[in-house]
Ligand binder design. Structure first.
Ligand SMILES: Cc1cc2nc3c(=O)[nH]c(=O)nc-3n(C[C@H](O)[C@H](O)[C@H](O)COP(=O)(O)O)c2cc1C
Length: 393
């Protein structure tokens, strides 16, 4: 099947992955209402077209932190990617480089900052989970700097682990102990099984953390994973962000900000950008969808900081909606992860290309020839009053 959209990519990934791995990507927490709310929050917005606009030449090139990217959506950080396909982190990085979009390597990645800089020197960012032992965090910052990365992202929305019941049911635990029924189901996915066991099986190595987990840890992925997990919860306060700001001379982004008050505080500390995100509905089930809080955050700091958006993007029209509401850039987590799980680097590239084509057609049909034409006056939500309030002359 040639995937045409997000659902196709999801289906292909579901076919190749055992339930334990697929559920880890798709799942949220508690009742998983946050995932639905992320969709509803976006879908509530309708895009009101304007006609007699010259859309014969359209461009979606987007400026972000002084660089020009080919489209307004890049790849969000996703941990443990090698579980879905060995080498997936660098495949995603390579797909991003080819598509000319940013790729954010996860703080729970299965490859290293140094390899990221080799594969995608101009497109790779590093997302750091702060460690209890701040010398570890400062060393990761040093490594990112030495590797020449342009942008450091600090994720703040995992103060403690969340209640992911799918993972519990599947036995996705630490150490990884699959119950018999999970193992039997995995037998139905021989392609994945062969990859998994030819790479030794077990927990994938969180390579960036291995140097800090004690002697011999580089041969013991389970020990490294346990170390990472206990080091990162509970994590950080504002003084830590100040320290990281002082240690990192390039662009600094906080990922997971949902409150305008936190946005203002980050601005005062000198943070350059925010990713308005609820971690794809994986941490707090009753959190609002980020699209609901984006306008308030834009009003608070939008003219002073670079706002980015993720959580719930499935279509190009979702990207356009977030950009109309003040995002300067968007990211996807699951969509490219399904792509890489289903078909490696090429399919991750397909995911980005699907979004690019969709964004292009939406922009054409709404009467927006370029990214700078997007704004709230294209949107209508609760009732027609929005339209009257927003209509441009
Ligand atoms: C399997 C998986 C692993 C993730 N791991 C991380 C991570 O290590 N760090 C992080 O900041 N966010 C992580 N996220 C959240 C994503 O960066 C992103 O915020 C989210 O996936 C966006 O929502 P979407 O999947 O609906 O696009 C992860 C998401 C998924 C699905």
């Amino acid at each position: 099947m040639t995937p045409l959209n997000y659902d196709d990519l999801r289906r292909l990934a579901k076919r190749r992955l055992p339930k334990i791995a697929f559920d880890f990507i798709e799942g949220g927490l508690d009742d998983e209402i946050g995932i639905d709310r992320n969709r509803q929050g976006i879908e509530r917005h309708r895009i009101v077209p304007r006609y007699m606009v010259d859309v014969s030449k359209r461009t979606q090139t987007t400026e972000l932190f002084g660089r020009t990217y080919a489209q307004p959506v890049g790849i969000a950080p996703t941990g443990g990617a090698a579980l879905f396909r060995p080498g997936a982190d660098l495949m995603l990085a390579a797909a991003a480089r080819k598509a000319n979009v940013p790729f954010i390597m996860s703080g729970a990645s299965t490859d290293t900052i140094e390899n990221l800089a080799r594969v995608a020197p101009d497109h790779g960012w590093y997302q750091m989970y702060s460690a209890k032992d701040k010398s570890i965090s400062l060393d990761m910052i040093r490594r990112s700097k030495d590797a020449g990365l342009s942008t450091l992202v600090i994720t703040v929305d995992v103060p403690v682990h969340s209640n992911r019941e799918r993972n519990k049911r599947n036995g996705f635990s630490r150490p990884l102990r699959m119950p018999l029924k999970t193992k039997m189901e995995a037998l139905l996915h021989p392609g994945w099984m062969m990859d998994y066991y030819s790479n030794g099986g077990g927990t994938p190595m969180l390579s960036n953390w291995a140097p800090y987990a004690g002697p011999g840890a580089e041969k013991d992925p389970e020990r490294v994973a346990t170390f990472q997990s206990t080091q990162t919860t509970p994590p950080l306060d504002w003084t830590d962000i100040e320290k990281f700001r002082a240690a990192w001379p390039r662009k600094l982004v906080i990922k997971g900000i949902m409150h305008p008050g936190d946005a203002e505080r980050a601005h005062k500390i000198g943070v350059d950008g925010l990713m308005v995100s609820n971690h794809g509905g994986r941490q707090l089930d009753r959190a609002p969808s980020p699209i609901e809080v984006l306008p308030a955050i834009r009003d608070a700091v939008g003219d002073k900081m670079t706002l980015m958006f993720d959580s719930g993007i499935r279509r190009g029209s979702d990207v356009v909606t977030a950009m109309c509401l003040g995002a300067k850039y968007c990211f996807v987590g699951r969509m490219t992860l399904y792509g890489v799980a289903a078909g490696g680097e090429a399919m991750a590239g397909t995911a980005l290309n699907i979004l690019k084509n969709e964004v292009d057609l939406v922009m054409g049909n709404m009467g927006a020839p370029d990214i700078k034409s997007l704004g709230p006056d294209f949107l209508m939500w609760d009732d027609q009053a929005d339209l009257r309030r927003n209509t441009r002359p």
